[in-house]
Write a protein that binds this ligand. Structure first.
Ligand code: CTP
Length: 401
């Protein structure tokens, strides 16, 4: 029971989803947490401090310049005298303030003053959520180490509009809070993992190469998620524009051959997650000099040869890791092709996704995957690549322990 006896500072900002915060208070208290609520001026337009106070059975903090409150706990203590801060709903405005370090009311001030973990449950109109400014702020807050739960897709409370922006349900927020408070426990401590990520570049000549649209987002997110659970992670990455995930050893490679050597060099390991979109073919003999156009001769033929299959090599290796996970990038018959890959590659799990251009998965930030194991197929909902990574790290932990 990670919530029992825990002190949670609940910041409620001004959105229609604030009515769900009342239920959230109940759910948190049911699990033994103590909830100290802070409301912004906007929040008080949607729910009253009286209702919030009645449900939390305590004082509701609303004012930065309240002499009484300041004498009682003071905003700096309020910011630190808790195990976790939950912001639900987190409005676009509050997130913008946080991303920029503004502190002009009680909520924003204590969020700047805190050294505690922070969980945000954003809620806003889908257009506001997808606006470039909000995207930038979310990226900044993530980089600052804050955790998000939701938003979910669905109908907006104001009606007529659908899309990403609904606040996560109270029980989802409770689960995310439990996960964060459990963070002290590192179930993968002492375990080692190898993750491949990104595309490979296969040279044609010194200036040209064969590649694919993989961004590396999913693989990097998985490396980060395993590291958060305490694993010692080696990430073998093809060329990507992403930052190295914190706490992970990164080996940068270009070609499939180099990726294979780096992976074999990192064995033995407990876990292998092969996410890279390895080029299946390379040019048999790349030209040492830039290939020139030859007048009258037409384009040069490219002689291709097959690249080593890294997942298959690891899946059948004498020092095969205890848990071997592969991905399957498909544009048709996802389930069947995934099953074939599970068998052929010697994996325990194939995470299959439909990478047809209309899904926007390859190169995008979201993913919709099917988990294929010998036991059957499980479809996960549409999730961010970070959420897929978190869940997958959980799956791997369970499998190992
Ligand atoms: N993979 C690998 N080495 C390769 C090709 C693929 O390690 N040379 C891994 C990928 O990282 C992924 C899985 O194998 O985990 C499946 O990759 P995918 O591209 O879906 O399948 P392929 O094996 O390339 O088969 P096909 O292109 O025919 O679908």
């Amino acid at each position: 029971m990670p919530l029992a006896g825990k002190r949670i500072l609940l910041v409620i900002s001004g959105g229609i989803a604030a009515y769900k915060s009342l239920d959230l208070i109940r759910r948190l208290r049911e699990r033994g947490a103590e909830v100290r609520p802070v409301m912004t001026a906007g929040a008080q337009q949607f729910v009253t401090p009286l209702a919030v106070g009645a449900l939390s059975a305590g004082h509701v903090y609303t004012d930065l310049f309240s002499r009484e409150d300041e004498q009682d706990v003071g905003h700096i203590r309020l910011a630190r005298d808790c195990d976790l801060i939950v912001i639900a709903p987190a409005t676009a405005d509050l997130m913008a303030k946080m991303a920029n370090g503004l502190a002009d009311d009680l909520a924003s001030t204590l969020l700047l003053a805190t050294d505690r973990p922070v969980l945000l449950a954003p809620a806003m109109n889908p257009k506001m959520w997808s606006h470039a400014a909000t995207r930038r702020n979310v990226a900044t807050l993530r980089k600052d180490g804050l955790t998000f739960v939701g938003p979910n897709a669905g109908e907006m409370a104001e009606g007529g509009e659908a899309g990403l922006g609904r606040m996560a349900e109270p029980l989802e927020i409770v689960a995310a809070a439990e996960g964060l408070l459990d963070g002290g426990a590192k179930p993968l401590a002492g375990r080692t993992a190898i993750v491949t990520s990104g595309p490979t570049h296969e040279p044609i000549d010194p200036v040209r190469y064969i590649a694919n649209r993989s961004s590396g987002r999913q693989g990097h997110a998985i490396a980060a998620a395993l590291a958060r659970l305490g694993a010692q992670v080696t990430l073998v990455s093809g060329p990507v524009t992403l930052a190295d995930p914190p706490g992970v050893t990164v080996i940068k490679v270009e070609r499939a051959d180099d990726m294979l050597q780096a992976v074999l060099g990192a064995l033995p390991a407990d876990i292998a997650v092969m996410v890279a979109a390895v080029a299946d073919w390379r040019v048999a003999t790349p030209n040492m000099e830039k290939i020139k156009k030859q007048p009258g001769e037409g384009p040069p033929p490219l002689m291709l040869t097959e690249n080593p299959d890294i997942l298959k090599t690891v899946g059948h290796h004498a020092r095969r890791p205890k848990v071997v996970v592969g991905f399957a990038a498909e544009t048709q018959d996802v389930e069947n092709n995934g099953r074939v890959k599970l068998q052929k590659k010697g994996a325990d799990l194939i995470v299959a996704n439909d990478v047809s251009p209309e899904t926007g998965i390859m190169g995008g930030t979201r993913n919709s995957v099917k988990l294929i194991t010998a036991a059957g197929v499980e479809q996960w909902p549409d999730l961010s690549k970070d959420d897929v990574a978190g869940r997958l790290a959980g799956w791997i932990t369970e499998r190992l322990t």
